[in-house]
Design a binder for this molecule. Structure first.
Ligand code: IMP
Length: 176
C-alpha cells in the first residue's frame, strides 16, 4: 500500500528567515571585500541561495553544480557524480559551497574533495540544515543554519521525488 505521506511542520517561515539573516551576517563578516564565489548545489539549494545573497551587500559571484547522490525517493545511492559542472574558474578564489542539507555527508565530502583539487584560495561550507545523526563521513560545516532530527525533510527547496520544493516552510514527512 502506498498511502499519501503526512507533512508536519519543522521550521517555520519566521525561523528560516531569522536563520538566513544570521548566516548572511556571519558570511558578510568573513567575506566582505573578498569577491567570493558562492557555489549552490542543485537543485535543493536554489531558494536558500536566492534568499541568502539578497542580504549580502558586497561583490560576489554565483555558480551552480549539480550532483547526483539520491535515486528516486528517500534512499541515498551512496555514489556521487557530477551531473552538471561549474563554469567559473575557482583557482585562487574564495569559494563558499551553499547546500540545503547535509545528511550522510557523502555529497558534501565528495564535492569538497572535487573542488579542493581545483586549488581555491579557501573552501568553506554553508548549509541551511543538518542531520548529524545520519552522518557516514565527517564533514566540517563552517556556517550552520538549523539542526534537524532524523526525518525526511521537504519544502524550501527540498524535495521528495521532485515534489514539495515550493513550500515556504520546511516539513518532515511521516508515512501512514
Ligand atoms: P548526503 O550526501 O546524504 O549528505 O545528502 C545530501 C543530499 O541528499 C542533499 O543535497 C539533498 O539533495 C538530499 N537529501 C538528504 N536528506 C534529505 C531530506 O531529508 N530531504 C530532501 N533531500 C535530502
Amino acid at each position: 500500500m502506498n498511502a499519501e505521506p503526512e507533512l508536519h511542520i519543522l521550521f517555520t517561515k519566521k525561523e528560516i528567515k531569522a536563520t538566513v539573516g544570521r548566516l548572511a551576517a556571519e558570511i558578510s563578516r568573513d567575506y566582505r571585500g573578498k569577491n567570493p564565489l558562492l557555489i549552490g548545489i542543485l537543485k535543493g539549494s536554489f531558494l536558500f541561495l536566492a534568499d541568502l545573497i539578497r542580504h549580502l551587500d558586497f561583490p560576489l559571484e554565483v555558480d551552480f553544480i549539480r550532483l547526483s547522490s539520491y535515486g528516486k525517493g528517500k534512499e541515498t545511492l551512496g555514489k556521487v557524480k557530477v551531473v552538471q559542472g561549474i563554469k567559473s574558474s575557482i583557482q585562487g578564489r574564495e569559494v563558499l559551497i551553499i547546500e540545503d542539507i547535509v545528511d550522510t555527508g557523502l555529497t558534501t565530502a565528495f564535492l569538497i574533495d572535487y573542488l579542493r583539487k581545483k586549488k581555491p584560495a579557501s573552501l568553506k561550507l554553508c548549509t541551511l540544515t543538518d542531520k548529524p545523526s545520519r552522518r557516514q563521513v565527517p564533514v566540517t560545516i563552517d556556517y550552520l543554519g538549523l539542526t534537524a532530527p532524523n526525518k525526511f525533510l521537504v519544502g524550501y527547496g527540498l524535495d521528495c521525488d521532485e515534489k514539495f520544493r515550493n513550500l515556504p516552510e520546511v516539513y518532515y514527512l511521516e508515512e501512514n
